[in-house]
Design a protein around this ligand. Sequence first.
Ligand SMILES: Cc1cc2nc3c(=O)[nH]c(=O)nc-3n(C[C@H](O)[C@H](O)[C@H](O)COP(=O)(O)OP(=O)(O)OC[C@H]3O[C@@H](n4cnc5c(N)ncnc54)[C@H](O)[C@@H]3O)c2cc1C
Length: 378
Amino acid sequence: MDLRQEVRAFARTHLLDGPPDLASRTAAWHAAGLANWWLPVEHGGRGLSLREGVDVVDELAYADAGFAFSSLVGVIGSTLVDLYGDDRLRAEVLGDLGRDGGFFATAVTERDAGSELDRLQTTAVPKGDTVVVTGEKLFSTNADRARYLLVVARHEAGAADQPHVAVVVPRDADGVAVSEPWRTTGLTGSPVHRVALADCAVPTGHVLDGHGLRLLEVGLNASRVLIAATAVGMARRIRDLCLDFAGRRRLRDGVLGKHPLFADKMAQVEVEIETMRSQCRAAAADYDAVRDDPDAARRFARRGALKSALVAKVFCGQAGWRVASTGSEVFGGLGYTDEVPIGALMRDMRHVSLVEGGEDVLRDVVYRRFTAPPVRRA
Ligand SMILES: Cc1cc2nc3c(=O)[nH]c(=O)nc-3n(C[C@H](O)[C@H](O)[C@H](O)COP(=O)(O)OP(=O)(O)OC[C@H]3O[C@@H](n4cnc5c(N)ncnc54)[C@H](O)[C@@H]3O)c2cc1C
């Protein structure tokens, strides 16, 4: 069985047809050997490339975008530990995640610092052979069930060129308090929490090597491409639901599925899906080319956010939203009820252009880094 078929079989059994129970789905995903699929083989992972990860996420999101999102976000912290952690931290953290299929949450966003991360208020203060982290994080997916949290904080003793640090905080460290999950509009299969850190001391070896915000940009390259890939899976599901509905919906002169207006809509949906998929695959190949280089840590740190990853996320957010809107139109009034899953898919689709940098803000980054005349680039 190839990878796509393997994930599709899992998604059908456990997500489309199985009970909506987070714990049993997560256990089944680990038992299938697919949890944290990007982890190197020597740490117990499958060692899949980002290009392969795009197919994994596309298949999962077809069935449940929340499960797909929860399964992919750990790529940020674990990739950063692999690239910028010391040998001891790498062996401990990646070994744990490979063995248990556990979660690595990211806790960065604060109430007044989501897209504008230089406004973060959480602090990391060196004290002996520890660093003490204190602050309030507004969103952190999987935080409650995570083994580790990646926290980005202001470095109180940091050099001027390194004012922020990225710190790996064990979930069970003293001083970590995780709230009940938010009641979100979509992605209901993905629990997102507030996290309070009160004088939380972790060993200095848990601080990653480099400027915290720059490292975060590196980690987000992988997750942004995978978030874009959720839009492909959701759009395919919307297309299939529309085809199924239109084959049954009677009109004055036949069924909706045979009407040229419907064919025109679906052709446009197919164009959107194919273009989204191509962009995700191209961005993933771009990322893999750097990731496979023995000098990847330095090359990524020099480049920060990759243009192709930003473009994939912005484009898939927009195209996915157009597909969701078409889906809602095809179902008429029924699409606005909970009798059919179109409304839930629309709400799920919204996350693509929202999380890990809102669309306005990512377009601004694209302009400042890649489009503005070279002398004015950030
Ligand atoms: C389901 C879900 C899961 C999440 N999971 C996590 C997680 O695991 N870890 C984590 O750290 N965070 C997480 N987040 C937070 C998410 O990444 C942020 O919400 C996102 O980055 C947007 O930031 P924001 O909420 O501050 O809104 P902003 O993007 O700041 O937007 C608020 C408004 O301000 C405007 N704006 C912002 N900056 C500028 C600017 N420079 N110029 C002009 N206008 C601007 C925007 O256009 C918008 O109108 C999650 C959020 C959700 C909804």
